[in-house]
Design a protein around this ligand. Structure first.
Ligand SMILES: [Cu+2]
Length: 165
C-alpha cells in the first residue's frame, strides 16, 4: 500500500526527478565542503562562472540585488528549457510578477497544479532584496549551468556556467 501511494505521487514528477538525480541532490549542512556567494542583478549573476568538483557539497548564499524577481537554478540546459515552461505558466497565472511573487495565489494554484508551487530542491526564486541558501551535492561536474528561468532572463544571458576548477 505504501509503495502504491509512493508511485502515485512520484509518477507526475518522474521525468523531472530522473533528470534531477543525474545532476545531484539536496546537500546536508554537515557535509558542506565550500560556500559560494551569488549576487543576482537585472539580468545577470555575479560571478557568472562557478567552479565545482564532482561529489562536492556546496552551500550557495544567494542574494537578489536587482529590481526584478530572479531565480537561481542548478540544472542542465535541457532541464532549464523545460522549467521555463512552468515559469511562463506562473506568469500567465499572475503568480510570478516582475518584482513580486504572489505567495497567496501560488498556494492556491498549487492545490490544483503542483508545478505552480515552485518547490524544487535545485532552485530558489527570490524577490528583490531577498536572500536564501541552497545546499547542493553535485554528482556531476559536466553540462551544468546555474540559470534564471524567469521569462526572458535566460534569453538575456542570466546564466552562470558551472565548470571544473
Ligand atoms: Cu532573472
Amino acid at each position: 500500500m505504501k509503495k502504491l501511494i509512493l508511485i502515485f505521487f512520484i509518477i507526475p514528477n518522474i521525468l523531472f526527478a530522473s533528470s534531477i538525480k543525474m545532476i545531484g541532490e539536496k546537500g546536508k549542512l554537515s557535509e558542506v565542503d565550500s560556500t559560494i556567494e551569488i549576487k543576482m542583478y537585472d539580468n545577470y549573476f555575479e560571478p557568472n562562472e562557478i567552479k565545482i568538483k564532482k561529489g562536492e557539497t556546496v552551500k550557495f548564499v544567494i542574494s537578489n540585488y536587482g529590481e526584478l524577481v530572479h531565480e537561481f537554478n542548478i540544472a542542465t540546459k535541457e532541464m532549464h528549457i523545460e522549467h521555463q515552461l512552468e515559469m511562463m505558466k506562473m506568469v500567465e497565472n499572475q503568480i510570478l510578477l516582475a518584482d513580486k511573487i504572489d505567495m497567496k495565489k501560488m498556494k492556491e494554484m498549487a492545490k490544483k497544479d503542483h508545478s505552480m508551487s515552485h518547490s524544487h530542491s535545485n532552485s530558489v526564486l527570490l524577490e528583490p532584496n531577498q536572500s536564501a541558501e541552497l545546499i547542493w551535492k553535485f554528482s556531476t561536474d559536466t553540462n551544468l549551468e546555474a540559470a534564471c528561468n524567469v521569462p526572458g532572463h535566460y534569453e538575456d544571458g542570466m546564466i552562470a556556467k558551472i565548470n571544473k576548477p
